[in-house]
Design a binder for this molecule. Sequence first.
Ligand code: BGC
Length: 762
Amino acid sequence: MIPKLRSNVRSTCALAIAVILSIGTLAEGQLPFGQKPKQYPWPNRSLSPDERADLVIKEMTLDEKIQMLHGLGWESMFMQPESGPGTRAINAGGFIPGVQRLGIPDLQMTDCVEGVSGAGAKGRYATALPSAEAMAAGWDPVLSYETGTMIGNEVRAMGFNMSLGSGINLMREPRGGRTFEYKGEDPLLAGTLAGQELKAEKALGLITDVKHYAVNDQDEGRLFVNSVIDKRAMRESDLLAFEIALRNSGAGAVMCSYNKINGAYACENGYTLGQVLKKDFGFRGFVVSDWGGTHSTAKAVMAGLDIEMPGNSFLGEALKKAVQSGEVPQARIDDMVHRILRTEFDSGVVDNPPQPQSPDVMRGLEVAQKIEEKGAVLLKNAYDQLPLRASEIKSIAVIGGHADVGVLSGGGSSQVSPAGGNAVTPPPMDMNDMLSFLTVPVYHRSAPLKGITEKAKGAAVKFDAGTDPAAAAALARSSQVAIVFALQRASEGVDQTGLSLPDKQDALIEAVAEANPHTIVVLETGGAVTMPWIDKVSAVLEGWFPGIRGSEAIANILFGEVNPSGKLPLTFPRSEADLPHPARSIQPPQKPGQAPLPGLPAIAGFSLNQSSFDAVYDEGLKVGYKWYDAENKQPLFPFGFGLSYTSFAYSDVSAAPGEGLTVRFKVKNTGKRAGEETAQVYLTLPASAQEPPKRLVGWSKIALEPGEQKEVTVTVEPLMLSVFNVDKNAWEIMPGEYKIWAGPSSRELPLSTALHLGEKGR
Ligand code: BGC
């Protein structure tokens, strides 16, 4: 064996040397004899990214420039072209060939909102993290940075140099199919956490991207829906989330969304792209269309679109012709290319290209577990039902939710391949059920039943699938404690039809709760759900889509090894009647036999209506909790809410103006266990500002030992004190009385103080 091994090593080395030598000869071989390869000046790292980009542009032909402005077509995502630059694509995410002769790298893109998606199709492994919503529920910028580092390392390990995360569309439509991919309903929370995640990815040398810009808050008819919303509302909510994320992360790309905004497609919208993003935010990176979201050439380019993905219907040959005819000025093409190149130099993808290697699997698992342990939200805990005391429990019924084999994950382009395959054999596709038609439900192999069984050593733990409520109730009746796992599937491409748990799970929970007063519900949902049974169960834990370490994390919380600290990043309404729009904005009846996306061939039996329809966001500024506050509606569970196994007391608030505001108060752990509290600060603006009753302006996540007290300082930046004046196209501070609130949730604010601010914020 050993000699054979040696000779293998030797031949591998010989091959490597031959490859290296051949690269050198190739480069020189293309040049006239005796001429040295040209030394280009842009590798000089002491030049700024802008200087380096300009130097490259001087050497480029029009064809090379156009090549950088689009992908190679839908087909390149699904099948590799036989030859040509497409063969260098390493995954179905997105690929743009670079300009090899000038040393400009290919752009290799991957979705990675919850870990690198789709890796399994190439036989690779990536960590399946909990949903982005669970990350948001941690309210923990430090953890977001850690998460970004972990994701970024896996992105690089697979050889990608551009990440297509993170998503920060605000939850204006709680039934939106991609709620689980986003970071809740508040712009400061979403923007801050996404900003930290992307900052960490960028620090590793990746181009990062924030999506989907903008007001893409429902998936129903996403290619044709027209989001109708006024400018002030947009600037102070959905666009503000992007403003904060971009400023905090230095992200190099923004993905414009599929929908229209006030009549113009997001990828050809002069207001959102040209005015707001590029002028007002001063964004110097590039705008990439969502996949199939480009609808025109000159219009889109002149509005601000820089790259068409994944194909070249509009920004390939058509763009070249538009430049040659003068319809698109050469200067704009150079600006597009400059934005891409400066981003490549700025991020490090030229100087520090990824070196493929095995992902750090153990690190990924640790981070996945930590996100779930910090992001699961304890919503109810009557009579201290939780934590379960393992030594006192003799029998546990675990019911439903495929808890015997795995945890549910969200579907669509963010889907991380389930390690070892789907834990549940998917049901046959049902053309009448859009959710099952568009995506197969995927379960990661992390069985809560196993985690619970391992903790409850002395107890008989039995499982019932929950398909027959009577059988489940019988098991619950004969057990000391019943734990029901209730699921709500969610996927890109299709919204929830309502907020009720599907598949008669409400009836299942009612039946189990009837049979056993110690019923605990663990939810794995894509967003808020209604809970008609809430008064009948003793505890509820919202676990979101828990990821590859869901079993361990959920068991740790149920049995008290981890004290829950997650807080809701979105409101749970009592009923759909309380939503700003009780009825969803639905696409009108569909026509059969059309393409699933522009540029793709029509699929027999697949229907898609290409006519536009409106989703009117006339709740305006009142997004999420601001709606419930303004309309005096009591939510089921408010934004910012989440219980702990210990208790906290708030005292001694003060607020001082300066560069923004500095808010100080004390938080004490008044219980018997160590715990973490997310102390939140809200602001009520003067009446003249005509704002909803309050907005989140800052928070601090603090760890406290039993009896320990800490002074918390929350710095509120001037932007968060401001309102957007559309006439002046500027933020301004309204002079008047400001009230500052602090406490554990948006509806429990024991501390308040007031101060007067002039228009300079002092
Ligand atoms: C999704 C994007 C995603 C892209 C590439 C689109 O369908 O909307 O979020 O980045 O596909 O996978």
